[in-house]
Design a protein around this ligand. Structure first.
Ligand SMILES: [Zn+2]
Length: 368
């Protein structure tokens, strides 16, 4: 008889509150963005690699399936075990010190089989991830209480710990967790490996080509709450890296791409990391960037009068006098323009990189 597993990632795609705190650039990840793909990988591993496994999914790609609906389905299907996948949170702000590690739950009555499965899942998770071991715990959670089979809930790391949040946002970590949970289930229920495992389904591929390269002087802003962005030109759940809220965005747009049936912008955050986000104008808008550098930065400045003072600090004072330049002589690199007393000075560097200050008045100097 087939081994029947009820399996689900916790929450829905847009369940309020279930998410990482916001990173400095306004990005975050919803818990479902971790839970759902990880559950998909567990399903894929078990079905492809083991004989006689049947999976009853109690979650949904988008909808937040009510807990009662989940446990009713598992019970009606007569599942042999129930595994729920989650990411943890303590305070929903970046904790100081940050909470950390992995824990696995079984029901408070400590049903022996569920406790064994929980121990195995916890051990496999700690071995695979190297994260802090919070151990096996018991709790009176609905999905542990209302299920008529051995049920566990795995918390795969803390969303309010920056390092663990970054892990939870990576496809590699999701696959690592799925492998650990798969191993625990296979060991607990003595699942038999297929002699010829089915290959994992290939990742969905999207035909991609460049639509527009000339959008370098725009930044992107989201027009909606909770907008997904991706690590690759893709629309797949597994490639969702994080989300942004209305009014938040990316400072750099590299280009516009056709991705499958839709269009995405390739964008960069302030660290220069590259992501992909829908280009549909119901979701995002492009905002022209202001010129980010004044025209004279990096230019040469030279004296256009007989003899001109320059200074060691932004000052007109004799005590700051560093030397003189004569007509046609100057500095190869303007770094900045400063207001000094009633006038303005260029902060300049000579060819050795030594920094000086010289009037910015075009009566005395020319910039070229
Ligand atoms: Zn959760």
């Amino acid at each position: 008889m087939a081994f029947k597993l009820a399996l689900g990632g916790g929450h829905g795609a847009n369940t309020p509150g279930k998410r990482t705190p916001k990173f400095d650039d306004g990005t975050y990840m919803n818990e479902h963005d971790f839970n759902y793909p990880t559950a998909c990988y567990v399903e894929e591993n078990l079905v492809n690699e083991y004989e006689d496994v049947e999976i009853v999914r109690v979650d949904d790609e988008v909808r937040d399936v009510p807990l009662i609906e989940r446990t009713n389905k598992a019970n009606a299907e007569g599942a042999d075990a129930y595994v729920s996948i989650h990411a943890n949170a303590m305070n929903f702000t970046w904790g100081e010190p940050a909470p950390r590690g992995i824990e696995t739950y079984a029901y408070v009555s400590e049903p022996p089989e569920a406790m064994e499965l929980a121990e195995k899942a916890q051990d496999e998770m700690i071995d695979a991830t190297g994260l802090f071991n919070r151990g096996v715990k018991t709790a009176n959670f609905h999905v542990l209480r209302e299920t008529h089979m051995s049920a566990i809930l795995v918390e795969c790391g803390f969303m309010d710990n920056k390092e663990e949040a970054r892990l939870l946002m990576s496809d590699e970590y999701r696959r690592t967790c799925a492998r650990a949970i798969t191993n625990a289930i296979a060991a607990q229920y003595g699942l038999k490996k297929r002699s010829n495992p089915k290959p994992a389904a290939p990742k969905p591929t999207y035909e991609t080509y460049v639509i527009d390269e000339n959008i370098g002087n725009y930044r992107l802003e989201s027009k909606v709450a909770d907008l997904r962005f991706y690590v690759e030109p893709s629309w797949a759940d597994a490639d969702v890296f994080g989300r942004i809220d209305e009014g938040v965005g990316f400072p750099t747009i590299v280009r516009k791409l056709q991705v499958g049936d839709g269009e995405q912008y390739e964008v960069q955050n302030s660290d220069g990391a590259t992501f992909y986000i829908t280009a549909a104008d119901v979701f995002v808008q492009l905002i022209e960037k202001e010129e980010d550098e004044p025209w004279f930065i990096g230019k040469r400045v030279e004296c256009k009068v007989g003899k001109l003072r320059f200074y060691s600090r932004p000052s007109w004072d004799d005590s700051a006098l560093a030397g003189h330049v004569t007509e046609g002589i100057g500095f190869p690199n303007i770094l900045d323009k400063l207001t000094v007393g009633a006038g303005e000075q260029y902060e300049v560097a000579n060819s050795d990189g030594d920094v000086f200050y010289i009037t910015a008045s075009d009566e005395y100097v020319r910039v070229e």
